[in-house]
Design a protein around this ligand. Structure first.
Ligand code: NAG
Ligand code: NAG
Ligand code: NAG
Length: 222
């Protein structure tokens, strides 16, 4: 039984390790680099309360953005950054909104924010604008990181690192399969040996029985 459990535990441990390669854990944080609004939706001349939100997530208020036709730039380290984090190869529906105390909030724009909209790896910029509403630039260096074939930065240490981590994953997979095959092989071997042992014991028992019968038979004959 023990030799059957051990490969199972080994496999589970290996699966855990496989989850850990650094490349797959890198978060695709999206920060706001700049924004300029061209209008507000307030009826009265109040200062607008503008926020960014992706569907199913919390609002991120932009406390500084109050004036229209003024370019606000950010360092990406503000208390409210990052705006969101994108999954690999999956878009999120996000938008800029203006809070409205009386009715439902007003929408500057709502759109699909996708990782592949960002420029490839080292740069990671994405511009989104809506006429008469706003211009915004977003920053996410990891969002479009593994488009693999782009020859933009052949000598970059970053792509080198990525290649290495891919190699590590491949090595892990191969050794995982090898260990699994080995475990199955050993288990089969152990099973076969056990069966042979049982057969041998059975035969021995049978022979002993035979001897006994002969002895008994002899005794009966006399
Ligand atoms: C991404 O943002 C989270 C907070 O939302 C932070 O804890 C994490 O360190 C950030 N990752 C990177 C790579 O900046
Ligand atoms: C959203 O906000 C609520 C309350 O402020 C908090 O408990 C929750 O963890 C937040 N969710 C995310 C995804 O940040
Ligand atoms: C807003 O962005 C658009 C497209 O990128 C550009 O053509 C336009 O000049 C920008 N407007 C301002 C005021 O920056």
């Amino acid at each position: 039984m023990l030799s059957m459990i051990n490969p199972g535990i080994a496999a589970i441990l290996l699966l855990f390790v496989l989850q850990w390669p650094p490349g797959t854990l890198a978060s695709r944080n999206v920060t706001l680099e700049s924004i300029e609004i061209f209008r507000t939706h307030e009826w009265f001349h109040g200062r607008p309360t503008i926020y960014f939100r992706c569907q199913g997530e919390n609002k991120t208020f932009l406390p500084d953005v109050k004036e229209k036709n003024n370019l606000y730039t950010f360092r990406g380290e503000e208390s409210w950054q990052p705006l969101t984090a994108l999954p690999e190869r999956k878009c999120k529906r996000c938008g800029f909104y203006e809070e409205d105390k009386l009715t439902t909030d007003d929408t500057f724009d709502e759109w699909e924010l996708c990782p592949d909209q960002f420029s490839p790896a080292p740069e990671g910029r994405y511009k989104h604008s809506k006429i008469k509403e706003f211009n915004a630039t977003f920053f996410c260096p990891q969002c479009n990181a593994d488009s693999g074939s782009d020859p933009v930065s052949p000598s970059s240490a970053d792509s080198n690192k990525r290649g290495k981590s891919k190699l590590v994953i491949v090595i892990w997979c191969v050794s995982f399969v090898a260990i699994l095959a080995m475990a199955v092989f050993l288990y089969k071997l152990w099973q076969k040996k056990k069966k042979e042992e049982q057969a041998a014991r059975f035969l021995r028992l049978f022979e002993e029985d035979d001897d006994l019968e002969v002895e008994l038979g002899l005794k009966n004959e006399f």
